[in-house]
Design a protein around this ligand. Structure first.
Ligand SMILES: [Fe+2]
Ligand SMILES: [Fe+2]
Length: 183
């Protein structure tokens, strides 16, 4: 069939019939072409990563507050809250896809891509956070490529999260520079 003769959309009647036949599948329609189990599995790994990042940033926040580094502590707290927001977005999407978000503390650290490192000094904490952000950036980028045009909603969510992880990495790199400059 020549390109110009190809109908752009499945006809309305077929679309409506499909929607009625599979109503129990919620937001997942017949046109969803991604491998749903794999997407859910990847999202659960991303969820674990975000939870581990929340925990690490919280630890760093309270420890930095203790050593009187208020501006760095404030940055850690802001990141902790933003990672929590990402975790919530990801959990909601997993449910939308018909899966179950895994919040179990059992195996959390091994499901997570990024690590929980406490760090001995302020400089250590910032370095560890920057490493974790760079790991998150790479894994989100891969997940985005995987979703491609098969699951544009998940892809868009991941793109928004990726943009924020890049901001986090940039913030940390700046802090690192400022702190190294002082010593
Ligand atoms: Fe995040
Ligand atoms: Fe982040």
């Amino acid at each position: 069939m020549a390109k110009k003769d190809k109908p752009f959309l499945t006809d309305i009647k077929t679309l409506r019939e499909r929607a009625r036949n599979h109503i129990e599948q919620g937001a997942i329609t017949a046109g969803y072409s991604a491998d749903r189990d794999t997407v859910i599995k990847l999202l659960n790994e991303a969820l674990a990563t975000e939870i581990v990042c929340v925990l690490r940033y919280k630890r760093h926040y309270f420890m930095a507050s203790g050593i009187n580094a208020q501006s760095v502590a404030a940055e850690f707290l802001q990141h902790a809250n933003e990672e929590q927001m990402h975790a919530d977005q990801i959990a909601a999407r997993i449910v939308q896809l018909g899966g179950e978000p895994n919040f179990s503390p059992d195996g959390l650290a091994s499901r997570s891509h990024a690590e929980y490192v406490e760090g001995d000094s302020l400089l250590d904490m910032i370095k560890e956070d920057l490493i974790a952000e760079r790991i998150a950036i790479d894994s989100y980028r891969e997940m985005i490529t995987y979703c491609g045009s098969d699951d544009p909603t998940t892809r868009r969510m991941l793109e928004t999260i990726l943009a924020m992880e890049e901001e986090h990495a940039d913030d940390l790199a700046t802090l690192l520079q400022e702190l190294s400059g002082k010593s």
